[in-house]
Structures are given as structure tokens and as C-alpha cells.
Design a protein around this ligand. Structure first.
Ligand SMILES: Cc1ncc(COP(=O)(O)O)c(C=O)c1O
Length: 399
């Protein structure tokens, strides 16, 4: 009955080096070989199960990678030191000088900056399109296009990508569909709808404790081998490697992701419905008023809900700043970027996580001055939280 990502995490079984219920943490940068021949074979990529050097792979990183591959339903995965440390090698692996990328225009500001300002220096050009319009996506494809890039649920506007429709276009034009699924872990599993490569910033919901940055690329064994190849692999050569201690701690946090996502989603839906009923301009994929509500519903693994991210528009940046400061003073959350924490986090995207995007382009995308992005926390009593937020809004004349 459907895809069950949390079962796949639950079903992983570990016997640590000393019989521990957690795998032992690998604490070595380099590994011994009993024969010189095996060392040579490992460098050639022909000795499965042998470790070479921890920038290439390490037991702890492989455990975490395999768990995330199980969650996303891909053959395997490669973890990295940050989400950007996953995104940038994927794009550099797939594209060389003269190639072209078609990307959603509403994506995380860092990814936007990488495409617009950085990879363009190596003559890889990007066309930014409205990802919700499949005809516009297809029209932007040229003979040099190699990659279709999007976020399942976009940062910060919460636009929803039609993964199945995009996968069909990618297949038709022989492109790789690369999907950043950071905002919707468990809720949507892009691989089952045809995405080729799924990326997460583990920094967010998956780790969930705002104590580290991390990333992952989930894909086929062949693509992950390509990324790790000692001669040609962008992950191996650019060197954004996660530390083993962090991999072990993220693996432990991953096991409660299904419980956390259900609570984030329950609280997100509750607040979104209340805010909308109060007359605030509210965007949340779980609201019927969201233009892609039905699309999200058609792709979702229902029990994990519509996620913990929502936006409201309070009109001006001044009001947005006043509200965020007041909510922080009332201990309703933190004025901070990032997402997926147990406390609510709020920020104004135009002046923070999307500030890499020039102002006129922000306007064209719909990032308005008064926009506040919320990552809703795990509050047990969300009704209490709502009443306190509502009081802040009334105090500032927003309501
Ligand atoms: C959707 C999305 N993708 C990628 C990233 C980058 O991840 P990291 O900060 O872990 O490098 C972020 C960070 O905010 C993000 O929101």
C-alpha cells in the first residue's frame, strides 16, 4: 500500500562492532590494506567493502547514506558536509563548459547564487523558469540542456513542483531531473515519481536539532560512484566531506523524523488555518487556497502531512521585523534562518535567505517585503502558541 519511507528506516538493523545497537563510529581518516594489490584495486574502484580514505567514504558516512537512500527509495546515497556540499558537486558532475541548466526560479538563495554567479564562470548557463508551468519548463530546454533542477516545495515561496510531469519532460529530452527535497522529507518521495537525483540539506528537518550542517545526494549506484571517483568525481575532488561523528549523530536523529514531521505538519496546518481565517495572506501547501494543494496531495505520503513551513505577508518589512522581534521576546520562537528545529524559527526571506536574489527578481518571483517564513516547531500546545502569536499581531496593528 504505497511507499512507506519510515518503515524503511525502522527496518534497518545494526550490530555494532562490539554488539552495540548503534554502529560504532569510525574514527580514522585512513585505512590499512593487508595487500598492496587490494589497495590498487580499491583506487580503481574495484574492491567493494574496502575503505581507502575518509574523504572518499567512511563506515559512519556509509551507514547514514544507506539509511537516507532507504528513506528516498534510491539505490544508494552519498553524504556531504552541508546541503550546498551536496548540490554543487552534483551540478558540476553533470555539467561542463557549454552546458545549460533549466532551474526553478524560486529556490534557496545559495543555490540561486551558485547557478547565477558561480557555475556561470565555467560557462554553464542557467535559465530560471516558473516551475509550476510545465510548458515554460519545456520551452526553456535547448540542445545544450543537461539538467532540470527544482525544489519539491520551494524556498521560500512554497511552490510545489510536479515531479511526475517534470520527470516525463526530463526523460523526453534525456536530462537529469535533480530535486532538492529539503522542505518535504517523508511527505514526498521524489524518486517514486521519477526524479533521478534527490538532494537534502540534512541541516534542516532530517537532523532536526540545529546543531550541524550536512547534506546528502540520493541516486543510482552509478551516479554516486561517479561522484566519488578518485579521478573525476566532484564530491571526491571538491572535498565537502562529512565528519564521522556528525554522521553518527544525524543517523540517530533520523530515527525520530517520522514522529517529528507529523508534529511539524500538525502544527503547521493548525496555524496556517488560523492565520488564514484571521485574514492574513497565508501560504501553506495544506490549505485549499494553495494553488498546488491538490498536486501536493496527489504526491504525498499522507501520514506525514504538508510539512512545517508556512509564510504570511504582513505588508511591510518594518512590520515583519517588529512582529518577529516581539514573537522572539515572547519566547514563541527564534528570529533565525534555517528550519526543522523544535522551536519555531522565523525570518524575512527578502533580507535573509533569499538576499542573494536581486531585488527586482525577488519582486518578479513574488518575494514581497512583508513576507515572513516560519518553520513551525514541535510545540505540544499549538493552540497556546497561536493565541500568543495572535496577541502579538493585534498589539502591532497587523490584525
Ligand atoms: C532548500 C534548501 N536547499 C539547500 C540549502 C543549503 O543547505 P546547507 O545550508 O546545509 O548547505 C538550504 C539552506 O537553507 C535550503 O533551504
Amino acid at each position: 500500500m504505497g511507499f512507506k519511507p519510515a518503515n524503511r528506516i525502522q527496518d534497518l538493523q545494526y550490530f555494532g562492532e562490539f554488539g552495540g545497537v548503534n554502529p560504532s563510529i569510525s574514527d580514522s581518516s585512513t585505512y590499512t590494506f593487508l595487500s598492496a594489490k587490494t589497495m590498487f584495486d580499491t583506487f580503481e574502484g574495484n574492491a567493494d567493502g574496502c575503505y581507502l580514505y575518509s574523504r572518499h567514504s567512511s563506515p559512519s558516512n556509509l551507514y547514514l547514506g544507506e539509511a537516507l537512500a532507504a528513506m528516498e527509495g534510491t539505490e544508494t546515497a552519498n553524504v556531504s558536509a552541508s546541503g550546498m556540499g551536496a548540490i554543487t558537486p552534483v551540478l558540476m558532475q553533470l555539467c561542463g563548459a557549454g552546458d545549460h541548466i533549466v532551474s526553478s526560479r524560486t529556490i534557496y538563495g545559495g543555490t540561486y547564487a551558485f547557478l547565477k554567479n558561480f557555475i556561470s564562470r565555467f560557462h554553464v548557463e542557467t535559465s530560471f523558469v516558473d516551475i509550476t508551468k510545465l510548458d515554460a519548463v519545456e520551452a526553456a530546454i535547448t540542445k545544450n540542456t543537461k539538467v532540470l533542477y527544482c525544489e519539491t516545495v520551494s524556498n521560500p515561496l512554497l511552490e510545489v513542483a510536479d515531479i511526475k510531469g517534470l520527470a516525463a519532460i526530463a526523460k523526453k529530452h534525456k536530462l537529469k531531473l535533480v530535486v532538492d527535497n529539503t522542505f518535504s522529507p517523508l511527505s514526498i518521495s521524489p524518486a517514486i515519481w521519477g526524479a533521478d537525483i534527490i538532494i537534502h540539506s540534512l541541516t534542516k528537518f532530517i537532523n532536526g536539532s540545529s546543531d550541524t550542517v550536512g547534506g546528502v545526494v540520493c541516486s543510482t549506484q552509478k551516479f554516486i560512484n561517479d561522484l566519488r571517483n578518485v579521478n573525476q568525481g566532484a564530491s571526491m575532488l571538491l572535498g565537502s566531506t562529512m565528519d564521522s561523528l556528525r554522521a553518527a549523530s544525524i543517523l540517530k536523529n533520523l530515527r525520530t523524523l517520522h514522529i517529528r514531521m507529523q508534529q511539524h505538519s500538525k502544527n503547521g496546518l493548525f496555524l496556517a488555518q488560523k492565520f488564514e481565517a484571521d485574514g492574513l495572506k497565508t501560504v501553506y501547501p495544506g490549505l485549499k487556497s494553495h494553488p498546488s494543494h491538490e498536486l501536493f496531495k496527489s504526491m504525498m505520503n499522507a501520514q506525514y502531512g504538508y510539512g512545517g513551513m508556512l509564510t504570511i505577508d504582513v505588508g511591510t518589512l518594518e512590520k515583519a521585523n517588529e512582529l518577529m522581534e516581539l514573537m522572539q521576546n515572547r519566547n514563541l520562537g527564534y528570529l533565525a534562518v534555517s528550519l526543522g528545529f523544535y522551536k519555531t524559527l522565523f525570518s524575512a526571506p527578502g533580507t535573509s535567505t533569499s538576499s542573494e536574489i536581486p531585488e527586482h527578481e525577488q519582486k518578479a518571483m513574488g518575494i514581497s517585503d512583508g513576507l515572513i517564513r516560519f518553520s513551525i516547531g514541535l510545540d505540544d500546545d499549538i493552540e497556546r502558541t497561536y493565541h500568543m502569536m495572535n496577541a502579538c499581531m493585534k498589539e502591532l496593528g497587523i490584525l
